[in-house]
Design a protein around this ligand. Structure first.
Ligand code: FMN
Length: 222
């Protein structure tokens, strides 16, 4: 007997994947506790190397902490602006790249690099598999939030040091993602960066190869 889900169930999953967006503009409505709980449960069901489950979820509501993180973002964003010239710099500055203070919840997802002891099953060769596992949890969370109508925005324009200091994260734990969660003003039909002309999704054919790395491969978005 087929283990596949029924066509309507499959369609829902593919639609959720297609309709997930990175969200930076939020309404002020709070996220009910049961909704947050379901989203975190989905994240916690992610695959992880040796069942290491290296993640922790720090739920941040305190406006004082969020104001501090926002200041850290503004500093780093200013620095990043210097990486672009002319029209690209002004387009960069016009992009909204965070919703730290307007989202009702911020969430820092960390990776405890020592969890499970020195020799976690399956993690003796590629030590970064704990980080990959944490990213799996983040993506589960992102998709679960989408079915709940909750928007998620990943803010990576923050230094590790700023996050450690603001959230008291110890040295053996790495902050992997800083996320803003809330009900979105809208879920766009396509990535905002594509809509604004910053980058575009590559054709699937250009990143799919048969048997080995191709002799000629242009891996840019230009
Ligand atoms: C690791 C990672 C870091 C990201 N950092 C930021 C960020 O700092 N600010 C931001 O606005 N979006 C950030 N994004 C969101 C991407 O810009 C977004 O996923 C991409 O443009 C595709 O759009 P979509 O997620 O709506 O499909 C990040 C996404 C990932 C996966």
């Amino acid at each position: 007997m087929s283990q596949a889900f029924s066509p309507p169930e499959r369609n829902v999953l593919y639609r959720v994947i297609e309709r997930r967006r990175d969200v930076r503009a939020f309404k002020p409505e709070p996220i009910p506790d049961d909704v947050l709980q379901r989203i975190l449960t989905a994240a916690h069901q992610a695959p992880s190397v040796g069942l290491m489950q290296p993640w922790d979820f720090i739920v941040i509501r305190d406006p004082v902490t969020r104001a501090r993180i926002k200041q850290a973002f503004l500093r780093e964003n200013q620095r990043a602006t210097g990486n672009y010239a002319d029209g690209r710099a002004s387009l960069y500055m016009s992009l909204k790249l965070e919703g730290i203070e307007e989202a009702p919840i911020n969430l820092c997802i960390t990776c405890d690099r020592t969890r499970g002891g020195a020799h976690v099953l399956e993690r003796n060769t590629i030590l970064d598999t704990d980080l990959y596992s944490t990213c799996c949890a983040i993506h589960n969370l992102w998709l679960a939030a989408r079915v709940e109508g909750v928007g998620v925005g990943w803010v990576s324009i923050l230094t590790e040091a700023d996050l450690r200091a603001a959230l008291g994260i110890p040295p053996h734990v790495l902050p992997v993602a800083y996320l803003c969660l809330g009900y979105p003003r809208e879920f766009l039909d396509e990535p905002e960066l594509q809509q604004r002309g910053w980058a575009r999704r590559l054709p699937l054919e250009s990143v799919t190869h048969q048997e080995r790395w191709p002799d000629e491969h242009i891996g840019t978005t230009d």
